[in-house]
Design a protein around this ligand. Sequence first.
Ligand code: XLS
Ligand code: NI
Length: 441
Amino acid sequence: MIVLGDKEHYKGIGQIKYEGKDSDNPLAFRYYNPEQIVAGKTMREHFKFAISYWHSFGGNGSDLFGQGTHHFAWNEAREPIRAAKIRADAAFEFISKMGFDYFCFHDFDLVQEGENLGQSEVRLATMTSYLNEKKAGSEIKVLWGTANCFSNARYMNGAATNPDFKIVARAAAQVKLAIDATIALGGENYAFWGGREGYMSLLNTDMKRELDHMGQFLIQARDYARAQGFKGNFLLEPKPMEPLKHQYDFDCATTIGFLRQYGLEKDFKINIEVNHATLAQHTFQHELEVAAQSGMLGSIDANRGDYQNGWDTAQFPNNIQEVTEAMLVFLKAGGLQGGGVNFDAKIRRNSTDMEDIFLAHIGGVDTFARALLTADKIITSSPYDSLRKQRYNSFDSGKGKEFEEGKLNFTDLYHIAKENDPIELQSGKQELFENIINRYI
Ligand code: XLS
Ligand code: NI
């Protein structure tokens, strides 16, 4: 693997290894044992853990109220290509030391956007070939690539849904280049997050026209990528708000409806982010379940929100309860289709040590691993599954079965109701279910 100037960025940190749950080493996995088989697959195959280039190598810790606190070499370098190469070196060092197989990127995470489209195109091509040289000496792959069509001022009124056609075409050019880069890097999926696809005020918005434009945009993006030989999934990532007041891909159900309306349901799957689910007033597991039912559980952006505030804090996952319930859905669905678990999460502004990014990912990884092990035990050795099934056993035979098969009309149901009057109550046993989950955690 080539490294610019032979510099080791994370000095003193070696390969992160599995040491078991009794280990006191903060720089070791306690539950994530990549080769351990759970429910028929290794943990490595189940999760396909990825780092997100933007949070781990794009931010500098600044927030609305204060300047950057993360004084890393790639944030300090001035010349864009040099900064991009240092960032790539650090990213590859980090991914290898974590033992991860994947990363995810936006076009302008790889390199700073140029002053015009032509300059951006040249910069992207330079960085794509630099990354390909680095990939050649490693096992590291791209889980998904995407285009950042939300940061530049030109996208303030949206990208694919912008009322100005010139901006829509410009977004298409950017997505074309991002698709080219993703294909060149062997990316397994291509993602879209509609950061500015929505509105601030309905008063100045023709919603129907904007949605039609977004449908048309995604159809053309798909056709372009397929024509270039791209075989992977396209991912659409819901989020209800932030930065806009209302975003079109509000949640899984809305997004799936949109994909079906525009005939995109065969090529697209959903990328579910924990903190986006909770911003939509859903649970993470609810969103996984909705996507799984439609055969569209594609990928996960792992993070967590904050229970005391209402915005996207993108913290690293550590909520074992939340992730265990999610893993129940995950295992029942047979896992993810084509995607993986991407840590779309950032260390806090005051986490300024070089090791903090390792500690953050280790915590996230172990939360998922421990939750997977727990969920598997719940499914295979607790009464959880049979208790849930039992609640529906009146549909397994007799009249209930006939109803499911569409053999009973409303008059039939009326007569059945008369025969069964009065009705005995059946407990939902929620507390029993909750106790079972906690017992296995
Ligand atoms: C932001 C999104 C973003 C997407 C990729 O809230 O999560 O990071 O995952 O554009
Ligand atoms: Ni995300």
